[in-house]
Design a protein around this ligand. Structure first.
Ligand SMILES: N[C@@H](CCC(=O)N[C@@H](CS)C(=O)NCC(=O)O)C(=O)O
Length: 210
């Protein structure tokens, strides 16, 4: 296995999916966490001036989906043929759009106080509409796969982890009932976060504001 070093802020944000993929695979990585006050010294070293970034034997990879897809292949948590890989990419793009959408894209910065707004009101007025737009699409893919709590096939892939982490944030930081209308997404979250490796990591994880 290569040496992995992962760079991200000391929050879940966009980066936690990568940490979860390492824990799911039970693979070691250096988890380099930093605060906003240290960011200026890291930023010039990052390929796109942003994080998350994964360094693989000294080579830095940026963009959440590129890193997660790479780990999916590395840890055999990807599709097993080109069509399945493309279908997983399609679903991952939907999740990435959700994470970059008008409300959801800003929600972490609201939670961290970087955008001044009332958290509850922002969630209700800005994030809920994004959930209503994107959650039905994910719900449909889950149903099409046979209602086993996974998006494709019968083994957890990197995209299942990406979807579970992204949607669980609206429950954990928004409202506990935010996904009540989407039982298949709830089943996916339940399945991923009850995987023994992930459950063990989350049980010992410190709580963060975003
Ligand atoms: N499309 C990128 C977005 C990355 C991104 O927005 N990163 C933010 C943190 S979540 C960042 O690095 N902000 C600091 C900056 O831009 O200076 C991805 O998904 O990785």
């Amino acid at each position: 296995m290569p040496h992995f070093k992962f760079y991200y802020f000391d929050v879940r944000g966009r980066g936690e999916v990568i940490r979860l993929l390492f824990h799911l695979a039970d693979e070691k990585f250096e988890d380099e966490r930093f605060g906003m006050e240290q960011w200026a010294s890291y930023k010039p070293e990052m390929p796109l001036g942003q994080v998350p970034v994964l360094e693989v034997d000294g080579v830095k990879i940026s963009q959440t989906t590129a890193i997660a897809r790479y780990l999916g292949h590395q840890f055999h948590r990807a599709g097993t043929n080109a069509v399945d890989c493309a279908r997983l990419d399609m679903i991952a793009e939907v999740i990435q759009e959700f994470m970059s959408s008008e409300g959801m894209g800003k929600f972490s910065r609201v939670l961290l106080g970087m955008i001044q707004a009332n958290k509850e009101q922002f969630f209700k007025e800005m994030v809920l509409p994004d959930i209503e737009k994107y959650a039905p699409l994910i719900e449909k893919f889950l149903l099409e796969n046979g209602n086993n709590g996974l998006l494709l096939g019968d083994r957890e892939t990197w995209v299942d982890v990406f979807a579970a982490e992204s949607f669980s944030k609206v429950i954990d930081y928004g409202s506990p009932d935010a996904l009540d209308a989407y039982p298949h997404i709830l089943a996916l979250i339940n399945r991923i976060f009850n995987h023994p490796n992930i459950k063990k990591y989350v049980a010992g994880r410190k709580s963060t504001p975003a």
